[in-house]
Design a binder for this molecule. Structure first.
Ligand SMILES: [Zn+2]
Length: 324
């Protein structure tokens, strides 16, 4: 093969996804390896490099055909210095200069990006945001994250940490959030928050089938709420409706802030499909200002589990100045 590729690497707390991606966003080879959180990161990088060389051999891709490396990492990180800061689930990686080490090991330019921002760029370039200049990406799963692509470019902010969309405030002095603040969107509308609110309601004695369905109050998950709602459970229905209202308030604020053409929603909770997208579209129109709401459409993400690698690759292509 003579075409050019970049290597996309998505480093998570338990696994690392690797892929060789061409300029049209097609992954031609890829794999997942365990992160081994306790291992020194230099050892982990060497395992990644070994696997990448094997992938190149298997796919018949020469060393010269790989132009650059994009690394998506669950922050906090410094994308300018190419350094990991203090990820709570990967303590051995604290202050690790990942870009320098990867560049030395592979002999290619490497670029580091917060994983949610990389995912936003991936969806914008190759997924549900194709053809749109202004897009906001929101992932709603155990946490809430996102990014914004504005005028066709990833919006990074002053230190590359822009768009912590899970931590926009929707309730003044509200529930405690994992970020140390209060009243954040994530503390109300993430899958974890929905499960917690459901557990609290059941523990407070509200009648519901949730505990029985889950096999115990502490086992209630967001999926349990959806399942119970489908079976007509009143508490589950109310909790879901409230969650959609919180999410709509957050998305309404994003529409008012960024004036996007499209809001792309991914993550585990979006698997609820129209149960989520229906109320979210309706709620966003109530919460956002009319002229901005009119041009904003809310659509499901397209890249699924591939978004980590494709997003990292999109970062590499953008930095290389390539536009497919
Ligand atoms: Zn927060």
């Amino acid at each position: 093969m003579n075409a050019d590729y970049v290597l996309g690497i998505d480093v998570g707390g338990t696994k690392i996804a690797l892929g060789l991606v061409d300029a049209s966003g097609r992954q031609v080879a890829g794999d997942r390896i365990p992160t081994h959180a306790e291992a020194p990161p230099a050892v982990t990088v060497q395992r990644m490099v070994d696997r990448v060389h094997a992938l190149m051999d298997e796919a018949g891709i020469s060393e010269d055909a790989v132009r650059a490396v994009g690394i998506a990492f669950a922050g906090p990180l410094d994308p300018v210095e190419g350094r990991i800061l203090t990820p709570p689930n990967l303590p051995t990686w604290h202050n690790f200069p990942v870009v320098d080490v990867v560049e030395a090991a592979l002999g290619k330019p490497a670029y580091l990006e917060n994983d949610a921002n990389a995912a936003a760029l991936g969806e914008a370039q190759y997924g549900a945001g194709v053809g749109v200049k202004n897009m906001v990406y929101l992932t709603v799963s155990t946490g809430i994250g996102g990014g914004a692509v504005l005028d066709g470019r990833l919006f990074r902010g002053e230190t590359g940490a822009a768009c912590e969309l899970g931590h926009i405030k929707i309730v003044y002095n509200g529930r405690e959030c994992g970020c140390g603040g209060r009243g954040c969107l994530e503390a109300y509308a993430s899958g974890t928050a929905l499960a917690k609110r459901a557990q609290e309601a059941v523990a407070a004695g509200e009648p519901s089938s949730l505990a029985e369905l889950a096999g115990g109050v502490q086992h209630i998950r967001a999926e349990t709420v959806v399942q119970a709602m489908d079976a007509g459970d009143e508490l589950a229905t109310r909790l879901w409706r409230e969650t959609m209202e919180y999410l709509s308030a957050g998305v309404g604020s994003l529409v008012n802030t960024f004036n996007p053409r499209r809001i792309v929603v991914g993550g585990g909770l979006s698997n609820a499909g129209e149960r989520l997208f229906g109320p979210l579209r309706e709620g966003m129109r109530r919460h956002a200002m009319a002229p901005l709401a009119e041009v904003a459409e809310i659509v499901p993400a397209k890249l699924g589990d591939a978004v980590g690698v494709i997003g990292a690759a999109a970062v590499a292509w953008e930095r290389l100045g390539e536009k497919s």
